[in-house]
Design a protein around this ligand. Sequence first.
Ligand code: GLY
Length: 368
Amino acid sequence: MSAIKLQINTKERRYPIFIGSGLITKLSKLLNSCSIKFSKCLLVIDSKVPKTLINKILKSLPKKQTIIHIFNANELNKNQSSVNKILTILLKKNFHRNDCLISIGGGITGDVSGFASSIFKRGIKFINIPTTLLAQVDSSIGGKTGINSIHGKNLIGSFYQPNLVISDINFLKTLPKREIICGYGEILKHSLIANKKFFLFLNKNANKILNLKSPFIEKSIHRSCLIKKRIIEIDEKEKNLRKILNFGHTFAHAYEATLQYSKKLNHGEAVILGIMNASKFSLKNNLLSNDEFKLIKNHLIQFKLLIKLKKKISPNKLNHIVSFMTKDKKNTTKKINLILLKKIGQPILNLNFDNKKLYSFLKKELID
Ligand code: GLY
């Protein structure tokens, strides 16, 4: 077992992230190395995780009372009822604070399980085993947990850092290409907000990364996690700097909500569209140079990452999109707060725009 170890140090908690192949066959060893002990554990497992991998996890866990809850993870089930089901199991089985919940799945499973962990007896041990690229490079790190509401995405939730994150690359080999592209969107986001050299690395090696070639995939996951680590260690609760991780997401969340979280457009695809929109909006507002905008646009086109927005959303939904953007968590006034780019690797925070400006920008994107 060769693993890269990254230590996250926040005010709330210090915890390791392990990245490598075959880690799920060594769970007892990893738990021991972090001195994590419990007598009962609830495994919340995304129904899409292959049985063979679940069996490997069960075999390698310490011999404790283990309860399994299979969760049909999708944006529509990222709701209060799913959280209640988990809480009911924990209550019925009389879990204590020192017991443990282990999430095995993508970002939705991690967000729902993490939220349940944070509110059960005001906090139970939480281990995240992310099985998608998106969850390994983004959602499993930094303690954001939560659920959707009819008013928008992730509007109910908490900051709750896990005790341990185990990112096993072998899960990725079981995923459809669409899922890999979605995770790649978040890797690309990290490069654009923090490190041009990393962007140039992606621009050179995107095909190898998208095809999960070693050591390119491990390197991309590691660098992505490092970027996120540095941001959340400075601003765990998203008072300011952490907002840059939302680059592209204000657009993305509005598209997802407008489409009622349908499978037509999943989160990562929406993020890639949002990255394109936010880059173009940066160009139109004379913040980003045309040369750098073209680098981003060509990257998205060359590696076939972009879907046509107008194929997914009808122009008569424009009002809905802008209305969801006004409900974004980052907004503190009636205006829409956006993270934009000055250069690749140099984001700008705290810019606010009128609805009308976004309306006319998006009208062109949806109609032209
Ligand atoms: N995915 C954005 C964040 O964790 O802040």
